[in-house]
Structures are given as C-alpha cells and as structure tokens.
Write a protein that binds this ligand. Structure first.
Ligand SMILES: Cc1ncc(COP(=O)(O)O)c(C=O)c1O
Length: 445
C-alpha cells in the first residue's frame, strides 16, 4: 500500500465481513480499489486478473460505462418507487426483456418474473412460490422442500434448510420437513471427467426415496443447482437432471433450478436450463442479472405456476411476499444495460466458443502436485487438491493467497479451487490464469 493510501485507509474494526475469517483478514487485508475489464487494481497498485468474475457475477467484465450511465440516468429520473401496489415502467420493461431470453426459450413459458434483491432472496422466494402454488391447486399438504447434500442456496432460512453445507446449517434452526438427496460427486468413478461425468444418473432416484419415505403429498418442491458452484463445481452426471425432472413430474413436485451462478451465459448458453434441455418450473437468478453492479435477483416462474395463483377475488393480493427493493429502478436500469451488453457482444453464448480451449488449458494442471480432480463446464472450472492431514482447506487457501500476490484472483472452497472468469476473457488470459495458478499450486506443498 502506498503511504498516501495508508493514510486514507479507514479503520478495519467496524465492518463485520461476511463469510470471512475477520481476525485473520484484518491482520493481513487484501483490498481492491478499482476495476476495469478483466482486472482489479489492488490497494498497492497491482493489477489482479479476475479469475472469478468477482463472485461469479461480473459476467460482462468490470467498469462497463453503459451500465454506469444507465444507473446514473435512472437515479436522476426516478431514484426509488414503492414496489407494493405501485409500479414503474423500467421494472416492467426489464421483465419483458428477461421474458424474451427466459430459460428454456419461448416453449418453456418460464416468463413470469418476480424480483428480489439477491440470490438468497430468490431462493426463499422460489420455495415460497412453490408452496403457495401447491396450496392454490388444492395440494395444501405439500409444504416440504427437498434439497441436496453439498447444495448451496444462499443464507436465508429457506436456503440453508435445503442447502447441504454443514457449516451454514449447524448453528441455526431449519425449516421443518426439509430433506436432502445425496450429492452427485463421485471422484472414485468420475475423477478427471471431460464433459458430463458418466456415472451417477441413478442418484436422481433419491427423490423417489424421499417420496417413499415422506409421501409425495407432503413434498412441494425439489431444488438443485444444475451445476453446483459454491460447493466445488460439481457437474451433473449424464442423464441425472432429466431423471430428476421425470420423477418430480410423476409425483407432482415442482422442480426448481437454482441458476444464481449458471444463469446469464456461464455455461455458454443463456441458462443451464438451455444447456441441459431440461425445463424446471422455477428458476432462481441473481449475480449476472445486473453484472453485479447493483444488487438484484429474479425468479422466473412458469406461466402455469403464475396463473394458478392469479385466482380469487381480483382485489386480493395473490402472493403475500415481496421486498422493498423488488424491481428497484436503478437495479432494473442496470439489468437492462447489462442485457444490452450481453446481446450486442454475444456474451450469453461466448462461453461455448471458448469452452474447449478452457477445458484443454485447465486440464494441463492435471499433473500438478496434489491435484486429485479437475471438473470443467462452459467457463467454469473446479480444481480439487488433496487436503493436508487434519487441515482441510489450508492448501487451497495458501494457493489463493499466493495467486493473489502474483496477480490472480481465484476462489476456494475447502480444497477446491473454483474459476469462473468474466465472459469477455481473451484467449491469452486463459493461459495467464493457468500459468499463475499452476505455479501457485506447485508452491503449496
Ligand atoms: C446457487 C446459489 N444460490 C444462491 C446464492 C446466494 O446468493 P446471494 O449471495 O446473492 O444471496 C448463491 C451465491 O453464491 C449461489 O451460488
């Protein structure tokens, strides 16, 4: 840090940082002060290549002036409008534009859009819509929600209840009745798979087991990330999602895809729903929705689901749910500008052009020390390292700190390194990621 920067540095005491080892961080902080394109600038002036699109969200790269000006114009015109019993045109316009690229294309009819402020809110919203839908169609006993081990669905009480990460759950009470299918990670049979793993479609039958155990008449919905991101990039086995869809349909259970990470081009298609050709009933999104510039989430609901709730007296509120910031004007304006960029630069499908090169480049790390698995899909990669005895996560954390010092931002969970660069990445930057990361892995004994 320069002397000047140090002098201007606020105290680190007051900000209680999320998902961070606060005391460790504050002893040796890593601070980012600006960003442009594929790079951050750290507080010591170093350029840091963004290997993670911020936190899986800056899909169009940093510092997009089009978004800045749209937000600025919007704030100067209409900074805020109440979202309950009132509306404003930008929120409607954004929903119409989102409907035009909705997951699964026009036939899927996933074109009713409920706005939230984050991925966690999108998840809790989708779970509530599912339960409300079941009640509206006369299935009021269906209140149970099913998730999957190693799922991450944010941090609301709904999200942690269906989520499958023990650290996010063990301290808190959970939704009654939530249950979990097994995860699909099977390194013994699927390690270093290129493309979708061969083994494990039958794990979708766990939903049948849930039905056998609890009764279909108690289950409202099942939620999965089509590709689990935050828990270490778990790519679904061939046929798994299709099978889950069939079982859910057969038992009247709504299928929710949590596309907070996979939405908006991450896999080389607009949504994972398009990539896999499996159509869920609800899709949760956030992150790339506004390029991370303004917080916002959105749930895409099937028209049937929406229509089922549009009953009863016309003057009655159909869904007792919403947020002060649902459809916030500045967020909707950021979203519209983001969609313009995605469309004009072809970013929602650019990942498909780069996917093979990405995979080949990442797989060159196969023989690096301690690498026990590599998983890639679209512009995502998970590189799993063996854990040091008694210190799960320590090796990957060292790689993270080392890579940051050498000018590369990666993300780690446990001993998995996750990569998800902005979709504007240039080919030579793929090489740079692999080279800096490879060296850092070698140094992390
Ligand atoms: C699949 C998934 N769902 C939900 C969330 C929660 O989103 P947020 O942090 O915006 O609440 C995340 C965040 O990474 C996510 O990956």
């Amino acid at each position: 840090m320069t002397k000047q920067a140090k002098a201007n540095m606020p105290s680190l005491d007051n900000y209680w940082m999320p998902f961070t080892a606060n005391r460790q961080f504050k002893k040796s902080p890593r601070l980012l002060v600006s960003a442009e394109g594929m790079h951050y600038t750290a507080d010591d002036g170093r350029q840091v290549l963004d290997g993670t699109a911020g936190l899986w969200c800056v899909n169009a790269g940093h510092g997009r002036r089009q978004i800045t000006s749209a937000v600025e114009r919007q704030l100067a015109t209409l900074d805020f409008a109440p979202s309950f019993q009132m509306g404003h045109p930008v929120a409607f316009e954004f929903a119409e534009r989102l409907a035009a690229i909705a997951p699964g294309g026009p036939e899927a009819k996933l074109d009713r859009v409920f706005y939230t402020g984050s991925g966690s809110e999108s998840v809790d919203t989708a779970l509530k819509i599912a339960i409300a839908y079941q009640r509206a169609i006369g299935q009021g006993t269906r209140t149970r929600v099913i998730g999957r081990e190693r799922g991450y669905h944010g941090v609301g009480f709904g999200g942690i209840s269906v989520g499958g990460l023990v650290n996010n759950r063990r301290v808190f009470p959970l939704l009654p009745g939530a249950d979990h299918m097994r995860h699909t990670h099977d390194p013994a049979r699927n390690a270093f798979s290129r493309g979708l793993p061969e083994h494990g479609a039958d794990l979708a039958d766990d939903l049948e087991r849930m039905v056998a155990l609890h009764g279909a008449e108690t289950i409202a919905a099942v939620i999965v990330e089509p590709v689990a991101g935050s828990t270490g990039v778990l790519v679904p086995p061939k046929g798994y999602l299709e099978r889950l869809r069939d079982i859910a349909t057969r038992h009247g259970i709504l299928l929710i895809f949590d596309e907070v990470i996979t939405g908006f081009g991450r896999l080389g298609t607009p949504f994972a729903t398009d990539y896999f050709g499996v159509i869920p009933d609800l899709v949760t999104t956030a992150k790339g929705l506004t390029n991370g510039a303004i917080p916002m989430g959105a749930v895409f609901a099937k028209r049937d689901v929406y229509d089922a709730l549009m009953t009863g007296p016309e003057a009655a509120i159909e869904l007792f749910h919403g947020y002060t910031y649902s459809g916030h004007p500045a967020a909707a304006a950021a979203g519209l500008a983001t969609l313009d960029i995605y469309e004009s630069e072809g970013l929602l499908t650019r990942g498909a052009d780069l996917a093979q090169e990405w995979e080949d480049a990442i797989f060159t790390l196969k023989d690096a020390p301690n690498v026990i698995d590599i998983r890639t899909i679209g512009l995502v990669a998970g590189i799993e390292l063996s854990s040091r005895p008694g210190a799960v996560g320590a090796r990957a954390y060292d790689v993270f700190v080392d890579a940051f010092k050498k000018g590369l931002l990666i993300r780690v969970t446990g001993d998995v390194i996750a990569l998800s660069p902005p979709l504007i990445i240039e080919r030579e930057q793929i090489g740079e990621i692999v080279s800096v990361l490879g060296d850092a892995i070698k140094r992390a004994e």
